[in-house]
Design a protein around this ligand. Structure first.
Ligand SMILES: [Zn+2]
Ligand SMILES: [Zn+2]
Length: 247
């Protein structure tokens, strides 16, 4: 079996809004652009896998069933927007339990790799904590910090700075698409499906192809995202100003 590239995703603060210890699965709310980001992972043929620390279980704050319920709710919200997760793994233990699965231990990544056929060294992890970056670095992959959730408060890298810092999950996955793009020209070629998935990383609004087909325009933000070597570069820093033609 050909091993696949995995995109490991932290859950709270990365895909859904951080609410401290989750007490009500019904209250789960997606971070803007998160479903689009996961659709793009799906479209690129990468594995989307949630890896989450849920020590609230061992601490007695909530039962295991609530973690499961929250996961099902998350899958439902994503499915409504056409996105799916290939796996959800979580650690219910406390730090003092010294288990092999609590991030930054890479136990859950290794389990997912064995069960889903993933090559960890060519994989990515996206999360809002330094632990997320360390977890993927321990198995040789690349780590992307998002500034949602606790992301803005992370400043002690303990020797593990992130490979990229993204405003949110959508921008993180756009960065991944550029790393993977050259290997996946077919999936990244502009198609109706891809245009439907891509959104402006700034406002999360729709984009349209330029007349020449050399860029994607967000009219609301007045920005053009260039298409280089057939690959859309959906990063705000790379965008050019767009001026509407007057005639
Ligand atoms: Zn554990
Ligand atoms: Zn925009």
């Amino acid at each position: 079996m050909d091993l696949r590239v995995g995109v490991f995703l932290d859950r709270d603060g990365t895909i859904n809004q951080e609410v401290g210890y989750m007490s009500n699965p019904e209250a789960i709310e997606l971070i803007p652009g998160a479903a689009r980001a996961i659709r793009l992972i799906n479209c690129l043929g990468l594995r989307a896998v949630v890896v989450s620390n849920q020590s609230g279980v061992a601490r007695g704050y909530f039962p295991l069933s609530m973690v499961e319920e929250a996961n099902r709710r998350l899958e439902l919200l994503l499915a409504q927007k056409g996105a799916h997760l290939d796996g959800i793994y979580y650690c219910p233990h406390r730090p003092e339990d010294s288990c092999p699965c609590r991030k930054p231990e890479p136990g859950l990544l290794k389990r997912a790799a064995a069960e889903l056929g993933i090559d960890l060294r060519s994989s990515y992890m996206v999360g809002d904590r330094a632990e997320d970056i360390e977890t993927i670095h321990r198995v040789g992959g690349k780590g992307i910090l998002v500034l949602t959730g606790y992301g803005k408060q992370q400043n002690d890298w303990l020797g593990n700075p992130p490979d990229f810092v993204a405003r949110d999950l959508l921008e993180a996955v756009y960065w991944i698409s550029l790393q993977e793009g050259a290997k996946r020209r077919q999936e990244m070629a502009i198609s109706k499906e891809l245009l439907d998935i891509l959104a402006c990383p700034k406002c999360k609004g729709d984009i349209v192809l330029t007349e020449k087909g050399d860029g994607l325009i967000c009219k609301a933000c007045k920005l053009i995202y260039p298409i280089k070597d057939d690959i859309p570069v959906m990063l705000i820093e790379e965008a050019l100003p767009y001026e509407e033609k007057k005639d």
